[in-house]
Design a protein. Structure first.
Length: 345
């Protein structure tokens, strides 16, 4: 059994966690920065990087104390090395390198997206490769065939905004504050999902790509019309996102040659109950098992980074101490750019 210390600092959560290769989560420490970014309505990279500097070392100490272990007991140190806000990624990776050097233990540079992609396997030992993964977060919206550790085939991506970004922008338009996803979900519970006619971008298009920019503009027009309650806009927006995610996932399931072992959803937006329930329905219709991590494991955390480290260590994948931090780092480097305006991923 191996014990892995994981560090996460790629966006606005600073986190340290201790996880074993047999899936025990011995420590889970996390400090959000919501209060620091709230006045700006979004994450300010410079504020985030400075907060990571202040928080990471105390969180590592707290994680070791929570688990009742010493740094010398750790078998490897896994740190997010990208993609993300480069200042924050550098803070976490440099801290990981320093700890690895001091303890004389291997360093594992983890792709944050691989952390999300493998997180359902930390939650459930029954989940086997290959699986079809809908990875929905603040920065990404992708369908991936997860074929093994370090082996990802991207089937689809967004041609403009990520799903979480659409939730955050809708929250901002409705004055629901930051971070938007949970607030929009709460507002949607009080609203009618059929009240506001909103578009479903790319619905039925042959390739399973995503688009959310037009939906955001339609939310803006609905709000400016003054004809609708905010709760109805939130509910109708969430339903439009659900419909798009369901349609695109079905399209991907229909297009892959090898039948996956399961349908899986991960990433911050996977914390949304309406989205989880809808995807569970897709899995049932295709007679596939459905996996979604518990809510705390969907949004950014270090347990998923430690777990990805455990999976990589078991596969013999460690990194040299000069491994670079990367602002951009696709999981599938062979994937072609999605066709469409404003391509980001
Ligand atoms: O994975 P994550 O914590 O960070 C990134 O790697 O991006 O995802 C954060 C995103 C944010 O856009 C947030 O609004 C969204 O996940 N999110 C949600 C919910 N909880 C978090 N979106 C919809 N419903 C939720 N309950
Ligand atoms: Zn994330």
């Amino acid at each position: 059994m191996a014990l892995i210390l994981g560090l996460e600092s790629s966006c606005d959560e600073t986190a340290a966690s201790l996880v074993t290769s047999d899936r025990q989560i011995l420590a889970h420490q996390l400090a959000g920065q919501e209060a620091a970014h709230a006045p700006f309505g979004g994450v300010v990279p410079e504020i985030a990087a400075r907060a990571h500097v202040e928080m990471l070392a105390p969180l590592v100490a707290a994680a070791l104390a929570e688990a009742g272990v010493k740094l010398a007991d750790v078998d490897a140190i896994a740190a997010t090395a990208g993609p993300g806000l480069i200042g924050g990624v550098m803070v976490g990776l440099v801290t990981g390198k320093a700890l690895a050097m001091a303890a004389g233990k291997p360093l594992i540079a983890v792709n944050h997206l691989e952390g999300h992609a493998l997180s359902p396997r930390l939650a459930d030992p029954d989940l086997q490769f290959p699986y079809l993964l809908l990875l929905v977060s603040g920065g990404h919206c992708q369908l991936l065939s997860v074929e093994g550790v370090g082996r990802y085939r991207r089937l689809a991506t967004t041609i403009d905004d990520a799903a979480g970004e659409a939730f955050d922008k809708t929250a901002k338009l409705l004055g629901l504050g930051y971070p938007g996803g949970p607030n929009v979900e709460a507002a949607a519970r009080e609203g009618d999902p059929k009240a506001v006619p909103l578009p479903r971008p790319l619905l039925n298009s042959p390739e399973p790509h995503f688009s959310f920019a037009g939906l955001k503009s339609a939310v803006l027009r609905a709000r400016d019309s003054g004809r609708y309650r905010d709760a109805d806009i939130a509910a109708s927006f969430q339903q439009a996102v659900v419909d798009c995610l369901v349609d695109r996932t079905k399209r991907a399931l229909g297009s892959i040659a090898e039948r996956p072992s399961a349908l899986v959803v991960a990433g911050g937006v996977a914390a949304n109950t309406a989205i989880r329930n809808a995807l569970q329905g897709v899995a049932a219709a295709h007679d596939l098992p459905f996996f979604a991590p518990p809510l705390w494991l969907c949004t950014d955390n270090a347990a998923m980074i430690a777990w990805a480290g455990a999976e990589r260590l078991a596969a013999g994948l460690t990194d040299p101490l000069d491994v670079p931090a990367r602002a951009r780092w696709p999981l599938d480097p062979t994937a072609e750019k999605a066709r469409g305006a404003g391509v980001k991923a």
